[in-house]
Design a protein around this ligand. Structure first.
Ligand SMILES: Nc1ncnc2c1ncn2[C@@H]1O[C@H](COP(=O)(O)OP(=O)(O)O)[C@@H](O)[C@H]1O
Ligand SMILES: [Mg+2]
Length: 166
């Protein structure tokens, strides 16, 4: 599991983790698969070493997408890591994986979820997702503490639309 400490991870560590995550994701996408359940729980440290590589795990929901940009969205995945657009457009694809990595990176750096508040219950989350009422919070102090380059990168990951070509 990618979140092994209570305090935010440093940007240097986050860069190392994300390099491994994107390498895995690039490979997966290059062979025509999407993961569909990327989140910290499904990114594992290979060893207990401080500089352990990170590997993608849990391919239970992985699906063939081949050369299409998007496939029909069937509700699979973990609600808090899905782009709200998936619900409205009923499409998902490589961009949804990238969005999920964006949520994960935001969490690593801030220890907060970009849009779901800790007081939202499952029903509230479902309702807000379906109505596309969630917007990432780029104004909280924990996010503003990140370097400008880091903030821009997180925003870029989270603002990808799932229906766009990856
Ligand atoms: N090879 C592994 N070594 C250590 N822990 C693992 C390994 N594979 C999975 N886990 C742990 O078990 C959890 C559940 O495994 P996962 O493959 O994600 O199945 P599920 O579909 O139930 O989420 C993971 O989040 C991780 O904490
Ligand atoms: Mg899992």
């Amino acid at each position: 599991m990618l979140i092994r400490e209570r305090k935010p991870v440093s940007e240097d560590d986050a860069i190392r983790y994300m390099t491994d995550v994107f390498e895995g994701l690039k490979h997966l996408h290059s062979i025509g698969l999407i993961h569909r359940d990327l989140k910290p729980e499904n990114m594992l440290f290979r060893t207990n070493h401080k500089y352990s590589p990170v590997v993608l795990a849990d391919f239970g929901l992985a699906k063939v997408i081949s050369n299409s940009d998007t496939i029909k969205f069937d509700g699979a995945g973990t609600l808090k890591y899905l782009p709200p657009e998936a619900y409205i457009e009923r499409r998902t694809g490589k961009k949804a994986d990238i969005f999920a990595v964006g949520v994960t990176l935001y969490q690593l750096l801030t220890k907060k979820h970009p849009f779901v508040s800790s007081s939202d219950n499952a029903e509230t989350i479902r309702r807000n997702m379906k109505a596309a009422r969630y917007r990432p919070n780029y104004y909280r102090q924990e996010f503003l503490n990140i370097s400008y380059r880091g903030q821009d990168f997180v925003k870029w990951l989270l603002e990808k639309r799932p229906s766009e070509q990856a």
